[in-house]
Design a protein around this ligand. Structure first.
Ligand code: MD5
Ligand code: FE
Length: 203
């Protein structure tokens, strides 16, 4: 049952729970092919969130800027392909939220350790803002900041737990958002980390 957090944004509590084992095993395989790494932002800061990607396009950042690339800059190889279980879960969550035919070509995998945070930003490196974004939370809980269309708009705090899936689209697609510094609160399956899968149509 989707819970509306905006006109076109929905939390699906525990939507990923039946698929956890499959997801964790796919993440394990993925991180052996394309390791988590802390990338540098155009401003010269090292991100506290470590990232990797799967799918045709992967999100990257360096001193030159943010971009989507088919090649992992660490290995010089294409990003690993998107596991079928990932694609299917993202498609089903989008459909459940009223976004039919979501075809993600990029899955950014974010790994948060205690203290990792994501400051307020908009996702605008994608070509087409009509497609929604689907995000899957695994492991330690986090507090998600859901702001408005201006950086200074007051942000709502939304707790996101292991298994929760959020879908953002339509008028909510370009809202400012972030994640508060992760608290140490070990999870029985994932230990001291939070992993977030973010599915997008980037190309
Ligand atoms: C996370 N990741 O929990 C979030 C989940 C990112 C990022 O923000 O850029 O990697 S995606 C949250 C999101 C996406 C698009 C729109 C909105 C939120 N929104 O309007 O709030 O690691
Ligand atoms: Fe974002």
């Amino acid at each position: 049952v989707p819970e509306a957090i905006g006109p076109d944004a929905f939390v699906l509590r525990n939507f990923a729970t039946p698929h956890i084992e499959e997801l964790l095993s796919a993440i394990n395989t993925l991180e052996r092919q394309a390791a988590f790494r802390n990338m540098v932002t155009p401003g010269g800061f090292i991100m506290s969130v470590a990232i990797t990607n799967c799918g045709r396009l992967g999100w990257t950042t360096d001193r030159q800027g943010y971009r989507y690339s088919p090649i992992d800059p660490d290995t010089g190889q294409p990003w690993p392909s998107m596991p079928a279980a990932f694609r299917q879960l993202a498609k089903e969550a989008a459909a459940e939220s009223g976004f039919a035919d979501f075809e993600p070509d990029a899955c950014l995998v974010n790994r948060y350790l205690p203290g990792s945070r994501l400051s307020l930003h908009q996702d605008k490196d994608e070509r087409d803002f009509n497609a929604p974004i689907v995000s899957v939370s695994l492991g330690m809980p986090a507090v998600f900041l859901f702001g408005g269309h201006k950086r200074t708009d007051k942000a709502a705090r939304i707790p996101l737990m292991h298994g929760d899936v959020v879908v953002w689209g339509g008028v909510d697609r370009l809202r400012y958002h972030g994640v508060l510094p992760l608290k140490e609160n070990p999870h029985p399956l994932l230990g001291g980390q939070r992993i977030n899968l973010t599915f997008r149509k980037a190309g």
